[in-house]
Write a protein of this length. Structure first.
Length: 298
């Protein structure tokens, strides 16, 4: 990393540390203001968001309501910045005051089986804060992540995630690291609701009434390691961050690998969709989730 990048990294770290001093209420106010400005300026992601909401809620919501929802999506995404900075200044002993955490016993029950744990989540609420599970349990976590184009931002986010006790595994070669973690009886975390461009590692699932290309990695790992799969979802409610650790999700295993991977991948996305429908303004609609289309549509 050159000197300019190092200076930018120090500036980013210092600036976010200052933001972390803000109160939760002030963070929410600034997040809404920043989100509205962003919504007005970013034509590309505003269009993606409105197009996706138009498909997902075509019969349930009028155009004006979808526009208001899209703006809230930007507001909530901007609010993540202030939550993120506050979280990384927080003493672990204060987590229970800041979070409503439910189902930690589900994770511990799955881990007690001795085969490691595969946790999965979606881009809902503030998924970055799901690393609280690592600190609360003391069980090592390996987290699969997608590299960010900006090296400065990528290094900053990796350092903050690692500070939470997580081992970072870049997406392009994560499989070996995940398998080793599970073999050691540890946990691995994956975000599974992004568009998958590599057709050889994807299946098309139903997601908000449309076919969406989904990576098959989680289902393949679960079937081959027999590690229990535990959903972990974050969302905001009543001005508080909620973390739901759900009971182990049974994996269908008929011996027909192609069938089982499709069914299990669909089950994960159906659960995520159920949560998004409860908190639609908290999902990352800015991401072009339906970009890759079935070959029959191309």
């Amino acid at each position: 990393m050159n000197i300019t990048a190092k200076l930018m990294g120090h500036a980013l770290s210092g600036g976010t540390s200052v933001l972390g001093l803000l109160s939760p209420s002030m963070g929410r106010i600034l997040g809404r203001c920043l989100g509205r400005i962003w919504f007005g300026l970013d034509k590309k992601h505003r269009k993606i968001t409105l197009d996706s909401l138009g498909h997902a809620y075509a019969t349930e919501m009028g155009g004006h309501d979808r526009w208001l929802l899209a703006r809230r999506v930007f507001e909530n995404t901007a609010t993540m910045l202030f939550e993120h900075t506050r979280f990384h200044r927080m003493d672990p002993g204060a987590y229970w005051k800041y979070f409503e955490i439910r189902g930690l016993h589900n994770f511990r029950a799955a881990h007690a089986k001795g085969r490691g744990v595969v946790c999965f989540s979606g881009h809902l609420g503030n998924w970055e804060l799901a690393t609280v599970v690592c600190r609360l349990t003391g069980i090592p976590f390996s987290v699969v992540y997608k590299t960010i184009e900006s090296p400065v931002i990528d290094n900053y986010i990796k350092s903050k995630r690692a500070a939470s006790g997580c081992r970072m595994l870049p997406l392009h070669n994560a499989l070996e690291g995940v398998l080793k973690s599970l073999a050691r009886g540890e946990a691995a975390g994956l975000i599974v609701d992004q568009n998958s461009r590599k057709r050889e590692h994807s299946v098309f699932v139903d997601f908000f009434g449309r076919k969406a290309s989904a990576n098959t990695g989680l289902a393949w790992i679960a079937l081959h390691t027999k590690a229990p799969v535990v959903p972990v979802m974050t969302y905001r409610k009543d001005d508080r961050m909620h973390l739901d650790i759900l009971p182990e999700m049974p994996m269908v295993n008929t011996g027909d690998q192609a069938h089982d991977i499709l069914v299990n991948t669909q089950a994960c996305h159906s659960l995520i969709e159920d949560y998004i429908r409860q908190y639609p303004d908290q999902w990352l609609w800015l991401h072009n989730r339906w970009r890759t289309r079935p070959l029959a549509e191309v």
